[in-house]
Design a protein around this ligand. Sequence first.
Ligand code: HEC
Ligand code: HEC
Ligand code: HEC
Ligand code: HEC
Ligand code: HEC
Ligand code: HEC
Ligand code: HEC
Length: 346
Amino acid sequence: MVWRRHLLYLLWSVAAIAQTVSPGESPCAQCHSQAKTQPNTSMGHALETVETCKTLTDQPLLTATVGKYSYRIERKGAQSDYSVSDGSNTLTLPIRWVMGASSAIGQTFILAKDGELYESRVSYFREVKGLGPTLGSEGSAPRDISEAAGRLMTRQDKLACFGCHATNATSGRELTLEKLSPGVQCAHCHKDSETHLAAMLLDSYDLESRDQKTKPHPLAAEEVSEFCGQCHRTWAEIAMQRNPGIANIRFQPYRLAGSKCYDVDDARINCLACHDPHREVNANLLDYDAKCSACHGGGKAGAKTCPVAKQGCVTCHMPKLELPGAHFKFTDHRIRIVKPHQPFPG
Ligand code: HEC
Ligand code: HEC
Ligand code: HEC
Ligand code: HEC
Ligand code: HEC
Ligand code: HEC
Ligand code: HEC
């Protein structure tokens, strides 16, 4: 009967594409509201194609000078060329992918040359609306024009970058870039969602026996930190490194675990208590008060209340701090009393 299921699925798909699913909309959207918002988030755009990257379409020419090298990114139809010049020689390479979302902090370009991929030495930073040195490249001077263009990506680099920023780009230790969908999509977090989709469409999905692995089930703080930490880095990953000081501000699972509020078993302090991964991060800081009050609400059994203020908790206790070179103020997830002139508690 397998062929019949396939035929039904095919018929349904054709009908669905013709009727219910508007172009570009996720096939999950007819049943799940998450699919209407998630594809537009920064996570959903963590990798962009050159064709659709808004940074590149909105700014057809970007230029910068770093040391003795000058850089140009120029739009050519649906593609963009990246060139670097030392005054006498110019090297021009096509951009193959854009790592990072147009709506978020910044973007690094993945360049193609002789069948290899290179990580661009200059990146786009949204706060300064222009190009600057890629984070991490500042320490070393390029030896030649090829190094000035970018850093050759090893197989390991490709597995790591594309593994976190795209979906289906890797399979075990294999690179499967030809199958990649840009960004963090449903299937990256919900394993087996393709099978689930097919089953739901055939109306034969047995809810009783459904595979619990489909949903990353709740929801103790540590469990969620480990889950989000696959990409945002786990506590253990950071704790094992030499302390990188302020650079660890971007590793939220690590920072949060260092806070007195953190309790491995408590769902009220897990990432999902404050963030819905299907929506863009909520920038209205007053909305987080209720999350704090869940514990610091003043009840007898609760945690202490604030002697200073009754609202805007995160504006004082989760300070936004500039990460040098990133052109962005990250929110410190080590919830704490901030003392004036106190050094960053790394
Ligand atoms: C035809 C409708 C339909 C489509 C299409 C559909 N789902 Fe579902 N999905 C359901 C139903 C019904 C449930 C069970 C609801 C519940 O338990 O609350 C469900 C449950 C889920 C859950 C929760 C599972 C759990 O264990 O609680 C996830 C995650 C999910 N779907 C993801 C997806 C993704 C991703 C897609 C697209 C690839 C998709 N679904 C497509 C109907 C659909
Ligand atoms: C597969 C990798 C991956 C996983 C798993 C993941 N993230 Fe992300 N997330 C990213 C990447 C990559 C970005 C950066 C997007 C950008 O700036 O281009 C990001 C950005 C974010 C942002 C900031 C921008 C936004 O989209 O609002 C938040 C908040 C966030 N993630 C929360 C979470 C939470 C909570 C979880 C766990 C439920 C999670 N992430 C799991 C890769 C991941
Ligand atoms: C372990 C998962 C992971 C790997 C590996 C990874 N990233 Fe990211 N990347 C993230 C997350 C998560 C963010 C979200 C920003 C944040 O909170 O730090 C991000 C943010 C970014 C950004 C946005 C700008 C910025 O500085 O935040 C760029 C650009 C980027 N990554 C490029 C790359 C490139 C290029 C590689 C490979 C050399 C790479 N990333 C490897 C997870 C990863
Ligand atoms: C970055 C990871 C991530 C991505 C990407 C993601 N989800 Fe989820 N999703 C989660 C997590 C974590 C939960 C559990 C949330 C909870 O229980 O609070 C969840 C829960 C759900 C649920 C169950 C909601 C409920 O109330 O029980 C559905 C349905 C769902 N997701 C659908 C989708 C669809 C459809 C997509 C793609 C359009 C998607 N998700 C993309 C992480 C993700
Ligand atoms: C108690 C609430 C709270 C918890 C718990 C929490 N966050 Fe956040 N997070 C915030 C606030 C507030 C912001 C800043 C929002 C803004 O200004 O746009 C933020 C911002 C972020 C950003 C965007 C980058 C930045 O620094 O602004 C990422 C990524 C992120 N959180 C990931 C996580 C992850 C992963 C977890 C779980 C380990 C987590 N958060 C737990 C409150 C929380
Ligand atoms: C899961 C419960 C929980 C949540 C949610 C929570 N806290 Fe806490 N917090 C605690 C506990 C427990 C302590 C330890 C001492 C106490 O009882 O106040 C603490 C301590 C603190 C301290 C004192 C830190 C120090 O260094 O002495 C501050 C400030 C604080 N929390 C602020 C916040 C803010 C702001 C939020 C929301 C962004 C928040 N907390 C969310 C449980 C929580
Ligand atoms: C204007 C900045 C500011 C805001 C807003 C603010 N706090 Fe505080 N909070 C402080 C300062 C400063 C202290 C340290 C007071 C001291 O030690 O005398 C403090 C102390 C605390 C403590 C430790 C109390 C103790 O007895 O040890 C907690 C818990 C706390 N705040 C939670 C919160 C919560 C929850 C909110 C939101 C309802 C909040 N704060 C809003 C500045 C602020």
